[in-house]
Design a protein around this ligand. Structure first.
Ligand code: ZN
Length: 177
């Protein structure tokens, strides 16, 4: 299976319920995310955003990692062992806050493949178009997904802009590919 875009999924059974919690990422983290995705060339690639999450669910991205992975033009795969390499090094209490991946074209809604491959349903899932070669104002054009009850919801631009916001803070970036 090469082209995840071939697989469409059914619409949700109920509307997304907006949440108050915010995921905060430094502007430098957004730039680093695009740079990591672009570095993969004409290949899809996956990244993870990690950091602390408070009691009401607000997260602060402090660590961005590109794990070892298999990349192709139309999908990517991270083995459990490659993911464990990163997770084992996280400071106590840090969580996976978002899983990020690129797509060849403009379409940024999850595929069935994404629904199956996502490693954590407590984290958000972000899909960047055009292999990360985009210069729109974040999060325009980026597919931000959140899991609720039984499906991954694609947030509209208004909800997305309230769910993931740019806020300064310390950041570490690592590329293990
Ligand atoms: Zn995908």
């Amino acid at each position: 299976m090469d082209a995840e875009d071939d697989l469409f999924r059914p619409p949700p059974k109920r509307p997304y319920q907006p949440v108050e919690a915010q995921l905060r990422i430094p502007a430098e983290g957004l730039r680093a995310t695009l740079a990591l995705l672009q570095r993969a060339g004409q290949l899809e690639s996956g990244l993870f955003w990690y950091g602390p999450r408070d009691a009401v669910g607000n997260g602060q991205v402090q660590y961005i990692a590109a794990p070892r992975q298999r990349m192709s033009w139309g999908n990517y795969h991270v083995s459990p062992a490659a993911l464990a390499e990163i997770v084992h090094r996280l400071p106590d209490g840090w969580k996976p806050l978002a899983q990020v991946h690129s797509r060849p074209g403009q379409r940024v809604e999850h595929s069935n493949y994404d629904d199956k491959m996502l490693s954590s349903r407590r984290a958000l899932s972000l899909v960047f178009p055009f292999y990360g070669r985009t210069n729109t104002v974040f999060p325009q054009g980026v597919g931000i997904h959140e899991w609720q009850i039984d499906c991954w919801y694609l947030l509209d631009d208004n909800l997305a802009a309230r769910r993931v916001i740019v806020a300064e803070g310390p950041l570490t970036v690592e590329d293990l590919r």
